[in-house]
Design a protein around this ligand. Sequence first.
Ligand SMILES: Nc1ncnc2c1ncn2[C@@H]1O[C@H](COP(=O)(O)OP(=O)(O)OP(=O)(O)O)[C@@H](O)[C@H]1O
Ligand SMILES: [Mg+2]
Length: 484
Amino acid sequence: MFFKRPDYFPKQLFQRFLVQQVLFLIPVLLLAAVLVRVYLERQLEQATSQAEVVRAFDLGLLIMALLLPALIAAVSLWTGYQLVLPLGRILVRARALAKRDYSQGGAAESSGEWQEADDGEWSDLESAISRISEDMKSKEVNLSRGREEMEAIISAIQEAVVAIDISGNLLFFNSQFVLSFGDVGRRQGRLSDFFRSPDVLEAFRQTLLEGRPRSLSTQLRRKGESGYRYFSLSVAPLHLEKQNESYGAVGVFHDVSELKHLDQVRIDFVANVSHELRTPLTSIKGYSETLKSELAGNSTALRFAEAIERNADRLISLVQDLLNLSTLESGNDLTKAIVDLPLLSERVSQQLDESRKAKVHSWNFTYRANRMEADEKRLEQVLFNLLENAIKYVPNHGQVAVTWDTVNGGIELRVRDNGPGIPPEHHARIFERFYRLDSARTRELGGTGLGLAIVKHIVQRHGGTIRLEGGPGQGSTFVCLFPQ
Ligand SMILES: Nc1ncnc2c1ncn2[C@@H]1O[C@H](COP(=O)(O)OP(=O)(O)OP(=O)(O)O)[C@@H](O)[C@H]1O
Ligand SMILES: [Mg+2]
């Protein structure tokens, strides 16, 4: 059919359109018929021949042909006007909406006026647009309030914060970042405009690439300062909710120079004190030895001299351990070389020969790896401290086993004993300095609680990790992993 209704078009509206058109045609046709009839009647009254009747009829037709289109044109002009007016208004509102201009009025103020102009679907359409406009307006207000709150929070953070997109362009940064690194007034740019440090750029690049957080310590120069400051930088990927791919990364620069400085003061203090203590202690030890030989006959005085010597020995070893830790902490470079592991183990074994022979029944070394790159002196100290502990804490007829192995491309050292084992609740703290399980008993054994702290430091300086396995009844196994 010519007037086919498209599926999406409201049925009611379409029917109304058809009815209106038909209703509008009826009076037009009726009017035309009446006019023709009046005219014909008048002509026939005066007509004398058939030809006159025909002429009169033709004239009637002519008048109708002229009148009807004029009428139809007038009416369709009127209906068109009725149609175009609301459409125009809707168009204006839709355009304003697209431009996010919400000043074109909400549903409430417009619908009354609209109702007067047309009472049906047009007003529905307009109020729908008004509702959308209201909705969008309130969402936009919420969104910008959220953004302002977020910016206020980020600006209040003492750390410098910066976020970049996947291609390294800045997405946002806080005022602290501008104060520390940025040119004043610069609102756009790339991360590489602000940093020359390859560490920083690489951390961001890797985070974008792998989508995993990273952190690093680095030295950076703050704007307007000549010296470098220490920063701890944490970089995390930016994800949209429910999306795996990161669209950027955010970095937080935490200035740790003050902490570093305090730490250095502490390290220096311990080193200085230890150093100052060493000389008088050596002299106490020397005099107590002399005293011992002088007091050979007097058993009580001899006992005192021996106690002085024993305690001087303990203090000397404590001071030595503290100095060792200070040197490790002050970050002096390791002297790395290829170390022959069986040779090193043999040397340590010999140093401990005396103490172990009294207690240890089985003393085993296994080499599934024979060499590794390390600071030989330090590595020797690791093995020495671990074996010294094993000997110290195993019961009589103890068993100690050392294994050197290649694991995941690194070298793994395992020192295992069948001693009392260390309860799991102490595992996390056992590598802290001065931490001892049973301080009374271990002090009796001559322990100060620095041995494992030194071991951990050395392993970490080699980029490795240390962990403790086992527990009461299972013995202890210390596992050091050195990446190669
Ligand atoms: N193999 C082990 N078996 C059982 N307990 C252990 C073992 N090794 C260490 N420990 C416990 O861990 C504590 C800390 O050990 P660490 O070597 O740090 O100190 P220490 O041996 O007491 O003193 P030192 O500084 O002379 O080594 C020890 O006091 C001991 O209680
Ligand atoms: Mg020890």
